[in-house]
Design a protein around this ligand. Sequence first.
Ligand SMILES: C[S@@+](CC[C@H](N)C(=O)[O-])C[C@H]1O[C@@H](n2cnc3c(N)ncnc32)[C@H](O)[C@@H]1O
Length: 342
Amino acid sequence: MIPRLTLFERLLHRFHFLPTPVMDAFGNVIFGRALMIAVRKGLFETVADRLLTIEEISHESQLSVSGTELLVDAFVASGYLKRVGGRYTVTAEGKKWLVKSSPSYLGNLVRYFETLYDRWSYMDYSIEHGYPPKPYFQMFSEEDWKIYVYGMWDLARLLIGDVRNKIVLPRNPKRLLDIGGSHALYAIECCQRYPSLNAVVMDFDNALQHTAAIVRDSGLEERVALLGGDFTKIELPLEQDGILMFNIIHGFREEDSRMLVVRSLRALKPGGKLYILDQMKEKSWRSGIAQFVPLMVGLNILNEIGGNTYSFEQVKRWCVDASAVKRFRLRLPGVTLVEVTK
Ligand SMILES: C[S@@+](CC[C@H](N)C(=O)[O-])C[C@H]1O[C@@H](n2cnc3c(N)ncnc32)[C@H](O)[C@@H]1O
Protein backbone atom coordinates (compact mmCIF):
# COMPACT_ATOMS: atom_id res chain seq x y z
CA MET A 1 0.00 0.00 0.00
CA ILE A 2 1.25 3.47 -0.70
CA PRO A 3 2.35 5.76 0.74
CA ARG A 4 4.26 3.86 3.41
CA LEU A 5 5.59 6.86 5.33
CA THR A 6 8.81 6.68 7.32
CA LEU A 7 8.86 8.19 10.80
CA PHE A 8 10.57 11.31 9.42
CA GLU A 9 7.98 11.62 6.64
CA ARG A 10 5.17 11.23 9.18
CA LEU A 11 6.70 14.14 11.10
CA LEU A 12 6.88 16.21 7.89
CA HIS A 13 3.24 15.39 7.24
CA ARG A 14 2.23 16.29 10.81
CA PHE A 15 3.66 19.79 10.34
CA HIS A 16 2.36 20.22 6.77
CA PHE A 17 5.76 20.07 5.10
CA LEU A 18 4.89 17.04 2.96
CA PRO A 19 3.39 18.18 -0.37
CA THR A 20 0.51 15.66 -0.23
CA PRO A 21 -1.12 16.71 -3.55
CA VAL A 22 1.97 15.39 -5.35
CA MET A 23 1.31 11.89 -4.01
CA ASP A 24 -2.48 12.16 -4.44
CA ALA A 25 -2.54 13.48 -8.00
CA PHE A 26 0.64 11.87 -9.33
CA GLY A 27 2.34 9.11 -7.32
CA ASN A 28 -0.74 7.16 -6.23
CA VAL A 29 -2.44 7.45 -9.61
CA ILE A 30 0.50 6.23 -11.69
CA PHE A 31 1.26 3.51 -9.14
CA GLY A 32 -2.32 2.23 -9.45
CA ARG A 33 -1.91 2.11 -13.22
CA ALA A 34 1.38 0.18 -12.87
CA LEU A 35 -0.26 -2.30 -10.48
CA MET A 36 -3.07 -2.96 -12.97
CA ILE A 37 -0.60 -3.66 -15.76
CA ALA A 38 1.50 -5.96 -13.56
CA VAL A 39 -1.59 -7.94 -12.45
CA ARG A 40 -2.83 -8.27 -16.05
CA LYS A 41 0.64 -9.43 -17.20
CA GLY A 42 0.87 -12.01 -14.37
CA LEU A 43 4.04 -10.45 -12.93
CA PHE A 44 3.23 -11.54 -9.37
CA GLU A 45 2.72 -15.15 -10.45
CA THR A 46 6.07 -14.99 -12.28
CA VAL A 47 7.98 -14.18 -9.08
CA ALA A 48 5.81 -16.12 -6.60
CA ASP A 49 7.88 -18.70 -4.71
CA ARG A 50 10.98 -17.89 -6.80
CA LEU A 51 13.94 -15.55 -6.56
CA LEU A 52 14.50 -13.92 -9.95
CA THR A 53 16.74 -11.19 -11.34
CA ILE A 54 15.36 -8.20 -13.22
CA GLU A 55 16.55 -9.78 -16.50
CA GLU A 56 14.76 -13.08 -15.73
CA ILE A 57 11.50 -11.31 -14.80
CA SER A 58 11.77 -9.13 -17.89
CA HIS A 59 12.35 -12.17 -20.11
CA GLU A 60 9.49 -14.24 -18.65
CA SER A 61 7.02 -11.34 -18.58
CA GLN A 62 8.02 -10.10 -22.03
CA LEU A 63 8.62 -6.58 -20.71
CA SER A 64 11.57 -4.28 -21.30
CA VAL A 65 14.40 -4.47 -18.74
CA SER A 66 14.05 -0.78 -17.87
CA GLY A 67 10.25 -1.04 -17.48
CA THR A 68 10.56 -4.20 -15.37
CA GLU A 69 13.12 -2.60 -13.07
CA LEU A 70 10.91 0.44 -12.43
CA LEU A 71 7.86 -1.78 -11.83
CA VAL A 72 9.49 -4.22 -9.43
CA ASP A 73 11.26 -1.50 -7.45
CA ALA A 74 7.91 0.32 -7.09
CA PHE A 75 6.41 -2.92 -5.75
CA VAL A 76 9.33 -3.25 -3.30
CA ALA A 77 8.66 0.31 -2.09
CA SER A 78 4.96 -0.48 -1.66
CA GLY A 79 5.52 -3.79 0.12
CA TYR A 80 4.29 -6.33 -2.48
CA LEU A 81 7.78 -7.55 -3.50
CA LYS A 82 11.08 -7.82 -1.65
CA ARG A 83 14.67 -7.77 -2.83
CA VAL A 84 17.01 -10.50 -1.61
CA GLY A 85 20.55 -9.90 -2.85
CA GLY A 86 20.03 -8.89 -6.48
CA ARG A 87 16.87 -10.98 -6.86
CA TYR A 88 13.17 -10.41 -6.28
CA THR A 89 10.30 -12.39 -4.81
CA VAL A 90 6.78 -11.77 -3.48
CA THR A 91 6.21 -10.69 0.15
CA ALA A 92 3.50 -12.20 2.38
CA GLU A 93 1.35 -9.13 1.57
CA GLY A 94 1.81 -9.59 -2.17
CA LYS A 95 1.15 -13.32 -1.96
CA LYS A 96 -2.07 -12.84 -0.02
CA TRP A 97 -3.72 -10.37 -2.43
CA LEU A 98 -1.97 -10.62 -5.79
CA VAL A 99 -1.07 -14.26 -6.46
CA LYS A 100 -3.89 -16.22 -8.13
CA SER A 101 -3.57 -19.34 -5.99
CA SER A 102 -4.36 -17.34 -2.81
CA PRO A 103 -7.94 -17.66 -1.45
CA SER A 104 -7.76 -13.87 -0.85
CA TYR A 105 -6.70 -13.06 -4.45
CA LEU A 106 -7.91 -9.60 -5.54
CA GLY A 107 -6.46 -9.60 -9.05
CA ASN A 108 -9.90 -9.88 -10.68
CA LEU A 109 -11.00 -6.81 -8.73
CA VAL A 110 -7.89 -4.92 -9.83
CA ARG A 111 -8.71 -5.92 -13.44
CA TYR A 112 -12.22 -4.49 -12.92
CA PHE A 113 -10.71 -1.24 -11.58
CA GLU A 114 -8.66 -1.07 -14.78
CA THR A 115 -11.87 -1.04 -16.85
CA LEU A 116 -12.96 2.09 -14.94
CA TYR A 117 -9.98 4.12 -16.13
CA ASP A 118 -11.32 5.03 -19.56
CA ARG A 119 -14.62 6.14 -18.11
CA TRP A 120 -12.87 8.36 -15.53
CA SER A 121 -11.84 10.53 -18.48
CA TYR A 122 -15.36 12.05 -18.52
CA MET A 123 -15.68 12.43 -14.74
CA ASP A 124 -15.77 16.23 -14.99
CA TYR A 125 -18.97 15.86 -17.06
CA SER A 126 -20.49 13.53 -14.43
CA ILE A 127 -19.63 15.83 -11.52
CA GLU A 128 -21.03 18.80 -13.43
CA HIS A 129 -24.30 17.07 -14.38
CA GLY A 130 -24.72 14.48 -11.59
CA TYR A 131 -24.71 11.61 -14.11
CA PRO A 132 -22.40 10.32 -16.87
CA PRO A 133 -22.87 10.76 -20.63
CA LYS A 134 -23.90 7.04 -20.77
CA PRO A 135 -24.45 4.36 -18.09
CA TYR A 136 -21.55 1.91 -17.71
CA PHE A 137 -23.45 -1.10 -18.99
CA GLN A 138 -23.98 0.56 -22.37
CA MET A 139 -20.19 0.87 -22.69
CA PHE A 140 -19.31 -2.70 -21.59
CA SER A 141 -17.79 -5.21 -24.02
CA GLU A 142 -18.41 -8.96 -23.48
CA GLU A 143 -14.98 -9.17 -21.85
CA ASP A 144 -15.86 -6.25 -19.51
CA TRP A 145 -18.92 -8.18 -18.23
CA LYS A 146 -16.76 -11.17 -17.38
CA ILE A 147 -14.18 -8.98 -15.63
CA TYR A 148 -17.02 -7.26 -13.70
CA VAL A 149 -18.54 -10.53 -12.46
CA TYR A 150 -15.18 -11.97 -11.38
CA GLY A 151 -14.13 -8.65 -9.84
CA MET A 152 -17.27 -8.64 -7.70
CA TRP A 153 -16.61 -12.30 -6.92
CA ASP A 154 -13.20 -11.36 -5.43
CA LEU A 155 -14.84 -8.71 -3.26
CA ALA A 156 -17.53 -11.15 -2.13
CA ARG A 157 -14.91 -13.77 -1.20
CA LEU A 158 -13.21 -11.09 0.88
CA LEU A 159 -16.44 -10.29 2.74
CA ILE A 160 -18.12 -13.66 3.00
CA GLY A 161 -16.34 -14.84 6.17
CA ASP A 162 -17.57 -11.77 8.03
CA VAL A 163 -21.05 -11.72 6.52
CA ARG A 164 -22.01 -15.42 6.56
CA ASN A 165 -22.98 -15.73 10.25
CA LYS A 166 -24.78 -12.38 10.30
CA ILE A 167 -27.36 -13.58 7.78
CA VAL A 168 -29.99 -15.34 9.87
CA LEU A 169 -33.12 -16.37 7.95
CA PRO A 170 -36.43 -17.50 9.50
CA ARG A 171 -36.67 -21.25 10.43
CA ASN A 172 -36.67 -23.68 7.50
CA PRO A 173 -36.48 -20.93 4.88
CA LYS A 174 -37.72 -21.84 1.41
CA ARG A 175 -36.99 -18.84 -0.81
CA LEU A 176 -34.11 -16.37 -1.15
CA LEU A 177 -33.84 -13.61 -3.74
CA ASP A 178 -30.38 -12.17 -4.51
CA ILE A 179 -31.02 -8.83 -6.26
CA GLY A 180 -28.12 -7.96 -8.57
CA GLY A 181 -26.48 -11.18 -7.34
CA SER A 182 -23.87 -11.28 -10.15
CA HIS A 183 -21.52 -14.21 -9.28
CA ALA A 184 -24.16 -15.80 -6.94
CA LEU A 185 -21.61 -16.44 -4.18
CA TYR A 186 -23.87 -15.11 -1.43
CA ALA A 187 -26.88 -17.13 -2.68
CA ILE A 188 -24.70 -20.27 -2.88
CA GLU A 189 -23.45 -19.68 0.66
CA CYS A 190 -27.02 -19.30 2.00
CA CYS A 191 -28.17 -22.50 0.23
CA GLN A 192 -25.21 -24.41 1.68
CA ARG A 193 -26.15 -23.16 5.14
CA TYR A 194 -29.92 -23.79 4.86
CA PRO A 195 -30.72 -27.18 3.23
CA SER A 196 -34.42 -26.22 2.83
CA LEU A 197 -33.58 -23.10 0.79
CA ASN A 198 -33.77 -22.38 -2.95
CA ALA A 199 -32.39 -19.14 -4.34
CA VAL A 200 -33.04 -16.92 -7.35
CA VAL A 201 -30.23 -14.63 -8.54
CA MET A 202 -31.49 -11.62 -10.54
CA ASP A 203 -29.11 -9.75 -12.82
CA PHE A 204 -28.61 -8.66 -16.41
CA ASP A 205 -28.25 -11.60 -18.83
CA ASN A 206 -24.75 -10.36 -19.81
CA ALA A 207 -23.63 -10.92 -16.20
CA LEU A 208 -25.52 -14.18 -15.63
CA GLN A 209 -23.88 -15.91 -18.60
CA HIS A 210 -20.70 -15.90 -16.49
CA THR A 211 -22.53 -16.85 -13.26
CA ALA A 212 -23.67 -20.20 -14.63
CA ALA A 213 -20.14 -21.67 -14.40
CA ILE A 214 -19.74 -20.57 -10.76
CA VAL A 215 -23.09 -22.12 -9.81
CA ARG A 216 -22.20 -25.33 -11.68
CA ASP A 217 -18.89 -25.55 -9.75
CA SER A 218 -20.78 -25.21 -6.46
CA GLY A 219 -22.91 -28.28 -7.33
CA LEU A 220 -26.06 -26.31 -6.50
CA GLU A 221 -27.54 -25.91 -10.00
CA GLU A 222 -30.80 -27.50 -8.81
CA ARG A 223 -31.25 -24.93 -6.05
CA VAL A 224 -29.76 -21.70 -7.41
CA ALA A 225 -31.76 -20.34 -10.38
CA LEU A 226 -30.71 -17.39 -12.54
CA LEU A 227 -33.29 -14.78 -13.58
CA GLY A 228 -32.16 -12.34 -16.27
CA GLY A 229 -33.61 -8.86 -16.69
CA ASP A 230 -33.71 -5.32 -15.32
CA PHE A 231 -34.87 -5.61 -11.70
CA THR A 232 -36.08 -2.01 -11.69
CA LYS A 233 -38.61 -3.00 -14.37
CA ILE A 234 -39.57 -6.64 -13.74
CA GLU A 235 -41.73 -7.84 -10.84
CA LEU A 236 -39.78 -9.18 -7.85
CA PRO A 237 -40.80 -12.77 -7.04
CA LEU A 238 -43.00 -12.74 -3.89
CA GLU A 239 -43.13 -14.75 -0.62
CA GLN A 240 -39.40 -14.53 0.04
CA ASP A 241 -37.86 -15.61 3.36
CA GLY A 242 -34.78 -13.56 2.59
CA ILE A 243 -33.63 -10.93 0.11
CA LEU A 244 -30.03 -9.86 -0.44
CA MET A 245 -29.27 -6.44 -1.86
CA PHE A 246 -25.49 -6.30 -1.79
CA ASN A 247 -23.67 -3.38 -3.42
CA ILE A 248 -26.88 -2.36 -5.18
CA ILE A 249 -28.32 0.75 -3.50
CA HIS A 250 -25.27 2.85 -4.46
CA GLY A 251 -26.15 2.24 -8.12
CA PHE A 252 -29.25 4.44 -7.99
CA ARG A 253 -30.38 7.90 -6.98
CA GLU A 254 -31.89 8.07 -3.51
CA GLU A 255 -35.54 7.89 -4.56
CA ASP A 256 -34.91 4.86 -6.79
CA SER A 257 -32.94 3.06 -4.07
CA ARG A 258 -35.73 3.80 -1.60
CA MET A 259 -38.30 2.41 -4.03
CA LEU A 260 -36.23 -0.76 -4.49
CA VAL A 261 -36.13 -1.25 -0.72
CA VAL A 262 -39.91 -0.65 -0.47
CA ARG A 263 -40.57 -3.18 -3.28
CA SER A 264 -38.23 -5.69 -1.61
CA LEU A 265 -40.03 -5.38 1.71
CA ARG A 266 -43.29 -6.08 -0.13
CA ALA A 267 -41.75 -9.20 -1.66
CA LEU A 268 -40.87 -10.62 1.78
CA LYS A 269 -43.04 -12.88 3.91
CA PRO A 270 -43.90 -11.44 7.35
CA GLY A 271 -40.82 -12.08 9.52
CA GLY A 272 -38.63 -12.32 6.40
CA LYS A 273 -35.28 -10.53 6.30
CA LEU A 274 -33.84 -8.05 3.84
CA TYR A 275 -30.05 -7.66 4.01
CA ILE A 276 -28.50 -4.54 2.49
CA LEU A 277 -24.73 -4.35 2.20
CA ASP A 278 -23.01 -1.23 0.92
CA GLN A 279 -20.25 1.31 1.40
CA MET A 280 -22.21 3.58 3.72
CA LYS A 281 -21.18 7.13 4.52
CA GLU A 282 -20.24 7.65 8.15
CA LYS A 283 -22.10 10.46 9.89
CA SER A 284 -19.50 10.79 12.63
CA TRP A 285 -16.62 11.94 10.46
CA ARG A 286 -13.84 9.78 11.81
CA SER A 287 -10.72 9.83 9.75
CA GLY A 288 -9.41 6.78 7.96
CA ILE A 289 -10.44 4.38 5.24
CA ALA A 290 -14.00 3.98 6.59
CA GLN A 291 -14.61 7.65 5.85
CA PHE A 292 -12.72 7.79 2.57
CA VAL A 293 -13.81 4.63 0.72
CA PRO A 294 -17.59 5.33 0.64
CA LEU A 295 -16.84 8.79 -0.78
CA MET A 296 -14.60 7.40 -3.53
CA VAL A 297 -17.16 4.67 -4.32
CA GLY A 298 -19.76 7.46 -4.45
CA LEU A 299 -17.72 9.48 -6.95
CA ASN A 300 -17.06 6.40 -9.07
CA ILE A 301 -20.70 5.31 -9.14
CA LEU A 302 -21.83 8.86 -9.95
CA ASN A 303 -19.54 8.56 -12.97
CA GLU A 304 -20.71 5.02 -13.78
CA ILE A 305 -24.46 5.51 -13.61
CA GLY A 306 -25.42 8.66 -11.69
CA GLY A 307 -25.59 6.75 -8.38
CA ASN A 308 -24.35 7.74 -4.92
CA THR A 309 -23.44 6.27 -1.55
CA TYR A 310 -25.79 6.63 1.42
CA SER A 311 -25.60 6.62 5.21
CA PHE A 312 -27.17 4.03 7.51
CA GLU A 313 -29.57 6.75 8.74
CA GLN A 314 -30.81 7.33 5.18
CA VAL A 315 -31.29 3.59 4.61
CA LYS A 316 -33.19 3.31 7.90
CA ARG A 317 -35.57 6.09 6.82
CA TRP A 318 -36.44 4.09 3.65
CA CYS A 319 -37.61 1.15 5.79
CA VAL A 320 -40.84 2.61 7.21
CA ASP A 321 -42.69 -0.71 6.71
CA ALA A 322 -40.10 -2.74 8.64
CA SER A 323 -40.50 -4.05 12.18
CA ALA A 324 -36.78 -3.78 12.97
CA VAL A 325 -33.63 -2.34 11.37
CA LYS A 326 -30.23 -3.39 12.66
CA ARG A 327 -26.73 -2.39 11.57
CA PHE A 328 -23.52 -4.43 11.53
CA ARG A 329 -20.15 -2.79 10.93
CA LEU A 330 -17.96 -5.21 9.00
CA ARG A 331 -14.22 -5.81 9.35
CA LEU A 332 -13.58 -4.25 5.94
CA PRO A 333 -13.47 -0.49 6.67
CA GLY A 334 -16.33 1.46 5.10
CA VAL A 335 -18.63 -1.52 4.50
CA THR A 336 -21.90 -1.82 6.43
CA LEU A 337 -24.48 -4.59 6.55
CA VAL A 338 -28.07 -3.70 7.45
CA GLU A 339 -30.64 -6.29 8.52
CA VAL A 340 -34.25 -5.25 7.90
CA THR A 341 -36.97 -7.45 9.36
CA LYS A 342 -40.47 -7.28 7.92
C1 LIG B 1 -21.83 -3.87 -7.73
S1 LIG B 1 -22.44 -5.35 -8.40
C2 LIG B 1 -22.83 -6.27 -6.94
C3 LIG B 1 -22.79 -7.75 -7.15
C4 LIG B 1 -23.09 -8.58 -5.89
N1 LIG B 1 -24.40 -8.28 -5.35
C5 LIG B 1 -22.04 -8.34 -4.86
O1 LIG B 1 -22.27 -7.61 -3.88
O2 LIG B 1 -20.93 -8.88 -5.01
C6 LIG B 1 -24.06 -4.85 -8.95
C7 LIG B 1 -24.74 -5.93 -9.74
O3 LIG B 1 -26.08 -5.53 -9.98
C8 LIG B 1 -26.38 -5.70 -11.36
N2 LIG B 1 -27.39 -4.69 -11.73
C9 LIG B 1 -27.30 -3.35 -11.57
N3 LIG B 1 -28.42 -2.74 -12.00
C10 LIG B 1 -29.24 -3.72 -12.43
C11 LIG B 1 -30.56 -3.74 -12.96
N4 LIG B 1 -31.24 -2.59 -13.14
N5 LIG B 1 -31.09 -4.93 -13.29
C12 LIG B 1 -30.40 -6.08 -13.14
N6 LIG B 1 -29.14 -6.13 -12.61
C13 LIG B 1 -28.58 -4.97 -12.27
C14 LIG B 1 -25.06 -5.53 -12.08
O4 LIG B 1 -25.08 -6.16 -13.34
C15 LIG B 1 -24.10 -6.17 -11.09
O5 LIG B 1 -23.95 -7.54 -11.33
